[in-house]
Design a protein around this ligand. Structure first.
Ligand SMILES: NC(=O)C1=CN([C@@H]2O[C@H](COP(=O)(O)OP(=O)(O)OC[C@H]3O[C@@H](n4cnc5c(N)ncnc54)[C@H](O)[C@@H]3O)[C@@H](O)[C@H]2O)C=CC1
Ligand SMILES: CC(C)CCC[C@@H](C)[C@H]1CC[C@H]2[C@@H]3[C@H](O)CC4=CC(=O)CC[C@]4(C)[C@H]3CC[C@]12C
Length: 369
């Protein structure tokens, strides 16, 4: 990626490229990265939509593989200039075991780093999460915080623990010598809660509302703000970060960036209503319908049932002590670090993001997507 070789075509690898975020990153690279020569899409489950991308001018290579298998990762990384590592096990509902979450999110990330080092790939962008910071186990609010805001980041849940460990590995790998003698340059992006086309939990809320005759019932006070970011802007930030990592290696290497876009600060439920409202749903109650202590009780009961039933059946409802704590703790971000370091500005306005999401919810809610 030297200046003298501006016209050089680059090979990108996106791990988790068939996931909710990964698909947007893949499509964004194809639309907005002029130096893209080959795009490798690595995922455990390849999406059928990849086929249509193979007819375009950029070579798209679909690679079915598992990030926990070091040899599969090394084979996919070999010859790539840039890796965008979004693959991860996003499970806060207890569907997977803590060991599996650790294996995919931490060991998988270690495998990606080692593959870069062994094969000489120099640029690595990691999809971290706001969950690396918080909300913490004490439920402390994080109000319009940035990357330098002091916050007691204490976690017990396997998902944030794994993301925090993986992020640390990525940041510590910055500067390591890769095959060929040059240094590895890494950075981590920490999206807040992502929404947009492909957001399965939003679709599930929509379907549940339809089943309940168009009503949803408020569970969380409207005053609790939960940070959200549009998936297209998250993808765009990944593309920009990946593009700028070489030119601004000294500034960006080893750095973390919160990833958000000016989507309105609202409670989790009120934010969802920005999309579900225009789809015909109503949120009942200016205040939570159930007292908080009852929600805490129900969340604990769900956790107990999950544990008791585990030998027989997987019971993994949305409400558990962890999801309740996340939804019920103010956590919002306000920062211009990504703008200062690599010129990130959201590509999609709030109005665009909202419209696109509404159209998707309407289509996905009624189909079997
Ligand atoms: N959804 C959200 O609100 C947020 C997500 N993130 C992070 O963004 C990344 C992407 O998340 P989403 O797109 O929401 O999740 P997702 O589950 O839709 O996508 C993850 C992708 O990784 C793939 N994957 C999982 N295990 C794998 C393995 N062992 N080997 C290869 N591929 C594997 C899955 O097949 C899937 O396509 C994750 O790293 C997640 O931690 C960060 C902040 C918020
Ligand atoms: C009435 C219930 C209490 C409402 C439950 C909603 C929850 C399922 C979701 C509320 C907040 C979500 C999380 C948040 O957006 C941050 C996240 C970041 C990630 O990196 C992964 C996903 C998630 C943990 C997200 C998961 C669903 C919620 C807990």
């Amino acid at each position: 990626m030297a200046d003298s070789a501006q016209a050089q075509k680059l090979v990108y690898l996106v791990t988790g490229g068939c996931g909710f975020l990964g698909e947007h990153v893949v499509r964004m690279l194809l639309q907005r990265e002029p130096r893209l020569g080959e795009l490798r899409v690595f995922d455990r489950h390849l999406g059928p939509w990849l086929e249509e991308l193979k007819t375009g001018p950029v070579r798209v290579t679909a690679i079915q593989g598992d990030v926990t298998e070091a040899h599969e990762v090394a084979a996919a990384v070999a010859g790539a200039h840039v890796v965008i590592h979004t693959a991860g096990l996003v499970d806060v509902f207890g569907r997977a075991s803590p060991e599996t979450i650790h294996e995919v999110n931490v060991q998988g990330t270690r495998n990606v780093i080692e593959a870069c080092v062994q094969t000489g790939t120099r640029f690595l962008v990691y999809t971290s999460s706001m969950e690396v910071v918080g909300p913490n186990t004490k439920g402390h609010p994080f109000y319009r915080g940035n990357e330098d805001t002091l916050y007691e980041a204490v976690h017990r849940h396997p998902y944030p623990c794994s993301k925090a460990l993986a992020e640390r590995l990525v940041l510590e790998a910055n500067g390591r010598e890769v095959h060929g003698g040059l240094p590895l340059v890494t950075c981590a992006l920490r999206p807040t809660g992502i929404y947009g086309e492909g957001h399965q939990i939003m679709r599930d809320f929509y379907r549940q509302g339809l089943r309940l005759g168009g009503w949803l019932f408020r569970a969380i006070p409207a005053s609790v703000e939960h940070g959200r970011v549009y998936v297209g802007n998250v993808a765009w930030m990944h593309v920009l970060a990946a593009r700028e990592l070489e030119r601004r290696a000294a500034l960006m290497g080893g750095q973390v960036y919160f990833c958000y876009d000016g989507s309105p600060y609202k409670s989790y439920e009120d934010f969802n209503m920005e999309f579900l409202g225009p789809c015909g749903l109503q949120l009942v109650g200016a205040r939570p319908l159930l007292p908080y202590w009852l929600l805490v009780f129900l969340a604990a009961l769900n956790a107990l049932l999950q544990w008791l039933l585990r030998p027989l059946v997987l019971y993994a409802p949305l409400l558990n002590p962890y999801t309740l704590a996340v939804a019920n703790t103010t956590f919002t971000v306000s920062t211009d670090k990504a703008q200062r370091h690599f010129g990130y500005e959201p590509l999609f306005s709030w109005e665009d993001s909202r419209t696109r999401t509404i159209l998707w919810v309407q289509a996905a809610g009624s189909s079997a997507q």
